[in-house]
Design a protein around this ligand. Structure first.
Ligand code: CA
Length: 718
């Protein structure tokens, strides 16, 4: 199972030193994505002392902040014989693993009233990796109601390996020597390690390039920022054109902000400014005016498609035009499978005129030029490619330093759809077709059998370690596309019989494999036959698994046209989507926010790691993944539309951003992912389109190699 493998690999995760990767600030807090409390904090108290908390986490203030929209509120009482403590953790984001030099601890603090004597101020300490605390560090707030930056040289802190950012895991405030029994309040914000305590003025002036109103949000964009003196972009909104209030910030590598106002039919005015490295602000830009307005269901679908498309268009890796793994995340690293999905989203973007056909074609030529020079292994691409040198990037560990056949399949799925879409006679479109044919014909699918008699295809191959990972591909999961493409290859085909001997294998190898990852014998024979929530499931392990199984292979392959001995895959996928929906409705673990309007379990980012959630209690952690319900659009249009509307209208304030829906959220834990994932955004754009017009299915399925492959394969069918 791919996603389980991901988890295993994360254990072997090693930092690959790569000087040019984008360096992030080592950060503890800028804003909480959720109202109420901050997920990555903990509070405790005893005796007569206390610290204000919500479920033992620090509360978040939306009225007092240094950077909009919020800050942490530290309200406490020091009592004799008592103790209180609050801990603010650094939290890892996938691929945010290269940091600027760490020289100073910096944070901003404000107290509404003077706190005297100073022993009534909290003790400030840093927490080391082994949970031990440093000596107490001194700090002093400024005048009441004035935000003040506290800067402490890390080199002065005893026994702290401060040059290795990961060796400091938290910032701790606790009761010092004070015992006055009174309530004191501090607000803290923008807690991070910084490299320098000086800052230059940005050399550019802020200017808003475009603003567009939607149902409940306004999308504003500015020129891409290359000036390294810009720390953040600050966004201001006004309802009367006079009083501008700060509503949000954006990181400098994203040139767009989605301001979710929550109101339809209202006029707003916007300005932006730049903050330098010391948060000093430039003058404000000139203003733009824009209104939110009612959207029809069709317009709402287009809005979600366009925002998801932007992940691959504006958010692409710069050198290649291909997809990043996640944003924020590694900025020079390409994710191969996500790139294939992104190419399909590019076709949606051209067809719906988010960009012109010629712009899309130009991007694709750039992509193909890069792919032609990128490192391959028997024609197959690695999971991750370094955009700067086009070589394999072993992001999941040193074993995974060669080919990834499944990621390659997702890439080829996108490329073959693009080959048929760009069917024009312009030189550019002719070049596209020629280049795609070249890449497709180079993939040695048959090599990935390990030996000529093997029943199975294997997921990986390493140039220096061979078949060390040794993961054979066995369905039912997201890898059907790999067998179908292998059979369809005109140059290096695998025998059509491998569909049954490998993918749908029914001997002990296949059974053991399925039982191991399904944790059940249901579906261990590939076929299932049980009824779940009233749906009799022909094929699937457990009761169907995470919903991405029903998306990845079927963005290109029209499941209506895939019928084997056991089932038709549109019908079977539809049942799996309905089972997922019914499970969320039943909600056996009573998680908050699961209902007929908010559902969908699949693989996505979690607070501490990626997890593949399934509609069974053991693999349901309370996390809803928007792409699960939305990308199931062709199977469950009514249920998917209801979910889409809830995700936007009800949860948009935290869930909607510049690239559409953030990856996942958990209302029980009051957590929302801060990232967008390359594997999850495109399926929304593509599967909505497949429901609306069938565009990607139609393009992919007219490819002659694909048609021939299906004929060969289905000979063994029915
Ligand atoms: Ca803030």
């Amino acid at each position: 199972m791919k996603t389980f493998l991901l988890l295993i690999y994360c254990l072997f995760f090693t930092l690959i030193s790569q000087a040019q990767e984008y360096e992030y600030f080592y950060n503890f807090f800028t804003n909480s994505p959720m109202q109420g409390n901050f997920y990555f904090s903990r509070t405790s108290s005893s005796g007569g002392s206390s610290v204000k908390n919500e479920n033992n986490k620090l509360p978040v203030s939306e009225t007092q902040f240094h950077t909009p929209g919020n800050a942490l509120e530290l309200q406490y009482i020091n009592s004799a014989g008592g103790k209180w403590q609050s801990v603010i953790y650094h939290h890892d984001l996938r691929g945010v693993d290269h940091f600027k030099k760490t020289t100073f601890l910096s944070f901003w603090v404000m107290s509404p009233a003077a706190i005297t004597p100073s022993e009534e101020l909290p003790a400030l300490q840093l927490m080391r990796k082994d949970s031990s605390l440093t000596a107490i560090l001194k700090f002093q707030p400024g005048d009441p109601n004035e935000w003040k930056q506290v800067v402490i040289p890390l080199g002065t802190i005893k026994d702290l390996d401060y040059k290795t950012p990961g060796s400091c895991i938290a910032i701790v405030f606790s009761q010092n020597k004070g015992t006055d029994g009174k309530e004191h309040t501090l607000f803290v914000d923008d807690m991070e390690f910084i490299s320098s305590n000086v800052a230059n003025e940005p050399e550019i002036s802020p200017e808003i390039m475009s603003a567009k109103g939607y149902a409940m949000h306004v999308d504003i964009a500015w020129e891409k920022i290359t000036d390294r003196n810009v720390r953040m972009v600050k966004i201001y909104r006004s309802e009367n054109g006079k009083n501008y209030i700060p509503v949000g910030i954006q990181q400098p590598y994203i040139n767009r902000y989605a301001d979710f106002t929550g109101e339809t039919g209202k006029k707003y005015h916007y300005k932006i400014s730049f903050l330098n490295m010391k948060y000093q602000e430039t003058k404000l830009s000139s203003s733009v005016s824009v209104s939110t307005h009612t959207l029809s269901d069709e317009e709402l679908l287009t809005m979600v498609q366009e925002a998801s498309f932007r992940y691959y268009w504006e958010g692409a890796e710069a050198k290649s035009g291909l997809s990043k793994e996640d944003i924020p995340g590694r900025q020079n690293m390409i994710a191969t499978g996500a790139s294939g999905f992104g190419i399909m989203a590019l076709l949606v973007g051209a067809d719906r005129e988010f960009v012109s056909r010629d712009e899309a074609a130009t991007r694709l030529v750039k992509i193909l030029n890069f792919l032609e020079k990128a490192e391959t292994f028997h024609g197959a691409y690695p999971h991750f490619i370094n955009g700067l040198n086009a070589k394999v990037e072993p992001f999941f560990g040193s074993l995974d330093n060669g080919a990834d056949l499944v990621e390659t399949s997702f890439l080829m799925e996108g490329l073959l759809a693009a080959k048929e879409y760009f069917s024009g006679i312009t030189p550019k479109e002719q070049i596209i077709r020629k280049k795609i044919t070249g890449l497709w014909e180079k993939v040695e699918w048959d090599w990935f059998r390990q030996n000529p008699d093997s029943k199975f295809l294997y997921w990986h191959w390493s140039p220096d370690q061979g078949w060390v990972i040794n993961h054979n591909l066995i369905g039912w999961n997201e890898t059907m596309v790999t067998y179908l493409l292998g059979i369809a290859s005109p140059t290096h085909p695998i025998p059509p019989g491998m569909y049954y001997s490998g993918w749908a294998n029914q001997d002990s190898v296949g059974q053991k494999y399925r039982i191991a990852w399904g944790g059940t014998t249901d579906g261990s024979m590939y076929t299932n036959g049980n009824t779940y929530y009233g749906y009799s499931l022909d094929v699937g392990v457990s009761n169907g698994g995470p919903l991405f199984f029903t998306h990845y292979s079927y963005m290109g392959y029209d499941p209506h046209a895939i019928t084997d001995k056991y089932t038709n895959y549109f019908t079977n996928n539809q049942k799996i989507a309905k089972i997922n929906y019914c499970y969320c409705l039943k909600n056996p673990k009573q998680f908050k926010g699961y209902n007929e309007n908010s559902w969908g379990l699949s693989a996505s980012d979690g607070p501490y790691d990626y997890s593949a959630d399934e509609p069974i209690p053991a693999r349901d952690c309370g996390k809803i993944t928007p792409t699960a319900a939305i990308s199931s659009y062709p199977y469950t249009p009514e249920e998917s539309l209801k979910a889409l509307k809830t995700f936007y209208f009800t949860y948009g304030k935290f869930l909607w951003g510049e690239y559409g829906f953030r990856d996942a959220f958990n209302l029980t834990d009051n957590w929302c992912s801060e990232i967008y994932m390359g594997l999850n955004q495109a399926p929304m754009a593509v599967m909505i389109e497949n429901y609306r017009t069938g565009l990607i299915w139609n393009m992919f399925m007219i490819n002659k190699d694909i048609l021939n492959g299906l004929k060969k394969n289905l000979n063994g069918g029915k």
